[in-house]
Design a protein around this ligand. Structure first.
Ligand code: SF4
Length: 308
């Protein structure tokens, strides 16, 4: 689906230790209501965009958030949102939001960084954020949003991945998608490397154990969608390749952030971007990983896969 990625402001009500935005980005003025509307209009008219992805920072704290939703609602496009769901914990806020848009029309991704509240709060640097985000998610599920729950694989919590999956699959019904992602070590994340950066060779065994749990649940009839993002195929046992999401290689049709003009066909900062990938038989199907990987790890751990 042709997507406009629009970070409507960098301001956030959390302060995640693995955020790829720089510490100073919160000082960049958010996009105004008019800038956002004209961006969306142009993306639809000039490029046929069908999906508006609102991001940030935290999109729900934009002062014109409800007006922006009302504007998009009238355009007959899909709406997606990346949110920490803290504001959705407020019943009045949730009711107002769902008076504008019906839940099933909305794709929402919320990150839970751990199933242990204290660990989640440590990573968000916001005490009580786990409980509030859980409440926000419950309010959204009451309205039947299409929900994905994301886990960022970081040094502080990667060994908990199997327990995390057990928690997520017991708390959220099968229609909730689970996303397991490796992080972009830029901005704040680069300043917090000891807490957040983890070598794939350390995290992959735990990721595979977590996927074993999903496989076992599927044998028992569960149909949950679980996707692994920004993880190179050559570092994962082929048994698990079916979980890999390769669409992260796709370009974003339109891209707008507070400190730049609207851009077209922006390629992701992740992909099979490394030396070994050039001659690898899988480079069209592999999501590779973030380009920041090469500044932090030894690229030689990636091994080309030779056909036949
Ligand atoms: S060498 Fe590159 S393209 Fe090939 S599997 Fe590894 S990361 Fe993917």
């Amino acid at each position: 689906m042709k997507t406009l990625y629009c970070a409507i402001g960098y301001v956030c009500n959390e302060h995640c230790r693995f955020c790829p935005c720089s510490e100073g980005s919160v000082n960049v003025p958010s996009l105004t209501y008019d800038e956002i509307c004209s961006t969306i209009r142009r993306a639809i008219e000039e490029r046929g965009v069908e999906n508006i992805l609102l991001s940030g920072g935290e999109p729900t704290i934009h002062p014109e958030f409800f007006r922006i939703l009302e504007f998009i609602k009238g355009l007959n496009v899909n709406i997606s949102m990346l949110t920490n769901a803290l504001r959705l914990a407020d019943e009045a806020f949730a009711e107002r939001m769902f008076s504008i848009i019906d839940g099933p029309e909305l794709d929402v991704t919320v990150a839970f960084h751990s199933h242990i509240p204290e660990k989640h709060d440590f990573l968000t640097q916001h005490k009580g954020s786990f409980e509030r985000s859980m409440k926000g998610v419950a309010n959204m599920l009451k309205h039947n949003v299409r929900l994905s729950i994301k886990n960022n694989i970081v040094n502080y919590t990667y060994k908990d991945l199997p327990e995390y999956i057990k928690w997520a699959t017991s708390v959220f019904k099968d229609n909730v998608t689970l996303l397991l992602c490796n992080i972009d070590i830029n901005g704040t994340a680069a300043s917090n490397k000891s807490n957040v950066a983890v070598d794939f060779r350390d995290s992959i065994p735990y990721l595979q154990q977590a996927l074993d749990i999903v496989i076992e649940q599927r044998k028992q009839g569960h149909k949950r969608n679980v996707k692994v993002l920004t993880t190179p195929l050559c570092l994962l046992d082929p048994y698990y390749w079916g979980f890999i999401e390769s669409s992260t290689q796709e370009n974003v049709t339109a891209y707008r952030v507070p400190d730049s003009e609207l851009m077209w066909d922006v390629s992701s900062d992740s992909g099979p971007l490394f030396k070994a990938c050039e001659k690898c038989a899988l480079n069209r199907h592999c999501p590779g990983t973030w380009s920041s990987f090469r500044n932090n790890y030894d690229e030689s751990m990636l091994k080309s896969i030779v056909a036949g």
